[in-house]
Design a protein around this ligand. Structure first.
Ligand code: SF4
Ligand code: SF4
Length: 183
């Protein structure tokens, strides 16, 4: 593919990827030879429509809207199996994370991920402590709640300030009055 024909989406991936991970990470997408080992290794792909190889092909072919708006993009569990197995050392999972970042900026995000974002904003945790875990901690002689944002209100407030200042709340559609995401 000549420079003039280069995928616009690819340019976006490379630019944001360099900004977040530094150089030499996401540009490995150019090394993808479409062998499909990533797809064959993907635990999520066994039960979902996610085809990892296809994600990279769609990026290289500039199928921007179709890829950014796809459900499959959010079916990656970031397990890094494909990352370890790629024969060309393509930094697969990191590339998928960058594509997701671009998708979110365009207003696409899976509801399940929005709900996790809301938990982080409300509690400081993607998986807040529940009663069963508290009970286990009690039995182990530990404090019921660990020394995190769930115990330290000042730390949670700090985190929420960061969320506001960075605009993460707007990005995920968080409503402070309802203390939840707007769907
Ligand atoms: S395993 Fe690597 S080279 Fe093969 S299709 Fe996946 S990303 Fe491309
Ligand atoms: S990191 Fe994502 S795409 Fe790669 S194997 Fe795991 S679930 Fe599949």
């Amino acid at each position: 593919m000549g420079a003039a024909e280069r995928s616009k989406l690819l340019d976006e991936i490379l630019e944001l990827g360099d900004e977040i991970f530094g150089s030499g990470v996401v540009d490995t997408i150019r090394e993808c030879l479409q062998c499909g080992r990533c797809t064959g290794s993907c635990p999520s792909g066994r039960i979902t429509a996610l085809r990892t190889r296809k994600v990279f092909l769609m990026s290289l072919l500039d199928m921007r809207e179709r890829l950014l708006s796809s459900d499959e993009l959010w079916q990656c569990t970031t397990c890094y199996t494909c990352y370890e197995r790629c024969p060309r050392k393509v930094k697969t999972t990191d590339i998928i994370r960058i594509i997701r970042n671009i998708a979110v900026r365009e207003g696409y995000m899976a509801d399940a991920h929005r709900r996790v974002a809301a938990l982080v904003i409300k509690t400081g945790h993607a998986v807040p402590i529940d009663e069963a875990t508290k009970e286990q901690r009690r039995k182990l002689g530990l404090d019921e709640v660990p020394p995190t944002t769930q115990r330290h209100e000042a730390a949670l407030k700090e985190l929420q300030e960061i969320v506001k200042k960075t605009g993460f709340d707007k990005l995920v559609g968080f409503d402070w009055a309802k203390m939840d995401i707007v769907t």
